[in-house]
Write a protein that binds this ligand. Structure first.
Ligand code: NAD
Length: 475
């Protein structure tokens, strides 16, 4: 059971305040950046199964120093004002850290999505969208939601369609939400983006010997033992890419109904198939099952990836956490108290605002695509291919004319002659974003005398950027 003390919002504020205290901010600006600008609560009724059901939803706007504000919509029974405000604050810092030109926002609906069928969820989502739209809390220029826990492409498509019906003359209507299916204006690579970003963040971490040393790690990702909590959108993609492409070993996966462990590495695709078919990990043949899943967080491993909910590492279990590195794929999985303990013990944490920024980064690409009304690479792809072909043909001509023999590596020509498609461009932009942000965090971490962890470094970079925007606005 959770032993989290203080709320999620308190934890985020404490981490923020610690970092802001190391900076020389103009009087009053710390408070202005920290506070949540507004939170809207809505209660609405939908007639389902012969009676009216009342739902409670929130949309919180943390900072409008840049607009639109951006952040996911979560469907969960645990959604509360405190939670959406904490998540909205993290969105402001995250966007600033990865230089995505948005302010921070977050929304949620108190609902167990598994308790309703698809038609019912559609009705509820469309009604929620109507309520948000009436208050400009969904709009391409002011507030752009995205998927989060319990929501995905399907819900975003319903929201985009509901918005379009309310605003038929808005040519940019599609840009009112991101994370839509490709057929409804989405972008290649958005579904995988957050998990892919976790992989790129780890790859970048493993390129730096000095930071690896801080965690007591060496070598490459290959063979590293990893524990993952949550095999949803983020956890699945991160685990799948790390195991298949980087040859890491996923030794434990924790889900709602328990944990599966296999010291030889779990076949993630097979486990995901099992979860989708049965609703949980119980009964999976490719590993041993434990009903008390949360204990899996304490398994011996190199890297722990919490990718489910907040506050799962707290004062009640932190002393038993045995990994060397935690990468926060979920938002807020480590409480501020536990963070202090882990820091003292030398466990390195790659913080949420960086680790899971892949989602908002690719959402930004989708938003730009929607506003420009053209898919990425459409104008230049064939032109790029023609120039590559010219180069190869010229080399071949010179070779024939001069009698100089050269041999291209196997497969090089075929690969070189293919121009980048949307997915490749998205992945390239995401990789660049993750590497750039890592560099900025590392610079602060390594050079600022009082910054003793990566989270504080991330906050310092983010707060500095937000403060610069306020400065240029005359605040
Ligand atoms: P999801 O709903 O797709 O998956 C969540 C998974 O966690 C599910 O499989 C669920 O069964 C499992 N889970 C829930 N509670 C659990 C518990 N107590 N113990 C073990 N497993 C549990 O959600 P997601 O989109 O993958 O989001 C996961 C986390 O990543 C959240 O913190 C979210 O805010 C964060 N995040 C998501 C995105 C995104 O693009 N989807 C972007 C940034 C951050």
């Amino acid at each position: 059971m959770s032993k989290a003390t203080g709320s999620f919002r308190d934890s985020v504020d404490r981490m923020f305040t610690h970092a802001a205290g190391l900076m020389d901010l103009p009087a009053g600006l710390e408070e202005k950046i920290r506070v949540c600008n507004s939170t809207y609560t809505v209660r609405f009724g939908v007639r389902l199964r012969g009676e009216i059901h009342t739902f409670t939803g929130y949309r919180s706007v943390h900072s409008e120093h840049m607009e639109p504000v951006k952040g996911g919509i979560r469907y969960s029974l645990d959604v509360s004002q405190d939670e959406v405000e904490a998540l909205a604050a993290l969105m402001s810092y995250k966007c600033a850290l990865v230089e995505v030109p948005f302010g921070g926002s977050k929304g949620g609906l108190c609902i167990d999505p598994r308790a309703w069928n698809e038609d019912e969820l559609e009705k509820i989502t469309r009604r929620f969208t109507y309520e948000l739209s009436r208050r400009n809390l969904i709009s391409p220029s002011q507030n752009v939601p995205a998927p989060d826990m319990g929501t995905g492409e399907r819900e975003m498509a319903w929201m985009a369609d509901a918005y379009k019906r309310l605003h038929p003359d808005d040519i940019n209507a599609k840009a009112c939400v991101t994370g839509k299916p490709r057929t409804a204006g989405g972008i290649e690579g958005r579904v995988e983006a957050t998990g892919r970003g976790v992989q790129y963040a780890l790859r970048e971490f493993f390129r730096h010997d000095d930071v690896m040393k801080k965690a007591g790690l060496e070598g490459t990702l290959a063979g590293k033992k990893i524990v993952v909590q949550g095999l949803g959108n983020v956890g699945y993609h991160a685990a799948q890419f790390l195991s298949v492409e980087d040859k890491a070993q996923i030794v434990t996966v924790i889900e709602r109904d328990g944990a599966i462990s296999n010291p030889q590495g779990i076949n993630i695709d097979a486990l995901r198939g099992h979860v989708l078919a049965t609703g949980g990990v119980r009964g999976f043949a490719g590993g041993s099952y434990r009903e008390e899943g949360l204990v899996g967080l304490e398994d011996e491993c190199d890297i722990l990836i919490p990718a489910a909910v907040e506050s799962v590492i707290h004062t009640g279990n932190v002393d038993r956490i045995k990994c060397k590195l935690i990468i926060e794929a979920a938002n807020g999985p480590v409480t501020a108290d536990a963070d202090d303990v882990l820091k003292r013990r030398g466990v390195v944490i790659i913080p949420d605002m960086y680790a899971n920024a892949g989602g908002v980064t690719v959402s930004y690409f989708e938003w730009v695509k929607n506003l420009s009304q053209i898919s990425l690479g459409r104008l230049e792809r064939r032109h790029e291919e023609a120039r590559a072909r010219m180069l190869i043909e010229e080399l071949e001509r010179i070779s024939a004319d001069t009698g100089t023999r050269f041999t291209l590596a196997k497969g090089f020509k075929e690969e070189f002659l293919i121009g980048a498609d949307e997915l490749e461009l998205v992945r390239s932009g995401l990789d660049d974003t993750m590497r750039e942000a890592f560099g900025k965090m590392k610079e602060v971490w390594m050079t600022h005398r009082q910054v003793d962890d990566m989270r504080t470094a991330a906050y310092v970079v983010a707060i500095r950027r937000i403060s610069n925007v306020y400065g240029s606005l005359g605040l």
